[in-house]
Write a protein that binds this ligand. Structure first.
Ligand SMILES: [Zn+2]
Length: 189
């Protein structure tokens, strides 16, 4: 777990500081999985670790939501020796496109980069169930839900992560006069 955190910190995928998120909330940390996944060897290592935890679910296909889940989904599928498909939004609804199909009764595992509320995981699970497939589990690199994702299948995450967020007018870092930065700006480095 500490090795994993190191991987994130070294890639700049996990930053400590005082950030203004796109939601407008302030936070003490910033997480961007894409920055660790940009290194294929890291993506492969994370996926191997996920694969070990979910192997006994005996999934025969990985389903990921685009875009965040595609890279890690592909690598988890490699680790499990199964195929990888992804669902993407069309007119607001997550759907299988590009000729991707799931067979009725096929055992699906949903793979994501980050689970925050579990909403997108549930939506992805529904895509599989509507196709008649069986969702045997879900997994993610990072669980930011505080283990409150509330899924009705086994869920595994490599890294539980509790990044605190605050309303700007109630932010202890602002009160200490620490400058707030937008993640990705040079000042955040
Ligand atoms: Zn603040």
């Amino acid at each position: 777990m500490n090795d994993l955190l190191d991987l994130f910190r070294k890639s700049g995928a996990l930053l400590d500081g005082h950030f203004r998120l796109t939601s407008g909330l302030h936070s003490t940390g910033y997480l961007q999985c894409a920055l660790v996944l940009q290194h294929p060897e890291h993506a492969e290592a994370l996926a191997r670790a996920i694969g070990e935890r979910v192997a006994d679910l005996k999934a025969t296909v990985v389903l990921s939501p685009a875009l965040g889940g595609i890279v890690i989904g592909h690598e988890v599928a490699r680790a499990l020796g199964v195929r990888a498909v992804f669902a993407e939004r069309q007119d607001g609804a997550l759907t299988l496109r590009r000729g991707f199909a799931l067979d009725p009764g096929e055992k699906v595992i949903v793979v994501e980069d980050v689970v925050t509320t579990g909403g997108s995981t549930r939506e992805t699970m529904n895509v599989a169930r509507e196709a008649g497939a069986i969702v045997v589990g879900a997994c993610a690199i990072v669980d930011r839900s505080g283990a409150k994702q509330g899924l009705d299948v086994p869920f595994h995450a490599l890294l539980p992560m509790d990044v605190k967020t605050y309303q700007p007018d109630d932010c202890p870092l602002c009160k200490q006069g620490i400058p707030v930065v937008k993640p990705g700006s040079r000042a955040a480095k």
